[in-house]
Design a binder for this molecule. Structure first.
Ligand SMILES: [Cu+2]
Length: 119
C-alpha cells in the first residue's frame, strides 16, 4: 500500500513527458524558414517588398519584380548590390554567394526596406 502513490505519481510524470513530446514534435520549430530554392522571388507592390524578409541558401538567386505602377530600386545598405531603376514589370536578379544578412531599401522611397538572410 505504501508504494502505490509513488507508482501513480511516476505514471503521471511519464504520461506528461509523452504528452509534452507529442506536442513539441507536432508543432513546427520556431524561427525563420530557409528557402531551399535556387531561385527566389520578391514582388514590389504598394510601396513594399513582399516578402520583406527571406532566408535563402548560399549561391541562390533573388529576383525582385516591380509590380507597382511607379519606379523603384533595390539598393543594398552595405553596397553589396544596386539595381537600376525598375519600371513597372521590370525585374532585377542578384546571386548571393556569401553568407550574411543583407538589409536593403528603395533609394526613391527610403522607407521601403527588406532583408535577405543567406545561410
Ligand atoms: Cu520605391
Amino acid at each position: 500500500m505504501k508504494k502505490y502513490p509513488i507508482l501513480v505519481a511516476f505514471a503521471l510524470v511519464a504520461a506528461m513527458v509523452v504528452v509534452a513530446g507529442c506536442t513539441s514534435s507536432s508543432n513546427p520549430s520556431p524561427g525563420p524558414v530557409t528557402s531551399t530554392a535556387s531561385q527566389n522571388n520578391v514582388s514590389i507592390q504598394n510601396y513594399a517588398f513582399n516578402p520583406s524578409a527571406i532566408s535563402i541558401q548560399k549561391g541562390a538567386n533573388v529576383t525582385w519584380r516591380n509590380d507597382d505602377s511607379v519606379q523603384h530600386t533595390i539598393v543594398s545598405d552595405t553596397q553589396a548590390f544596386t539595381s537600376p531603376t525598375l519600371n513597372k514589370g521590370d525585374a532585377y536578379t542578384f546571386q548571393f554567394n556569401n553568407t550574411g544578412t543583407y538589409p536593403y531599401h528603395c533609394s526613391i522611397h527610403t522607407y521601403m526596406t527588406g532583408t535577405i538572410t543567406v545561410v
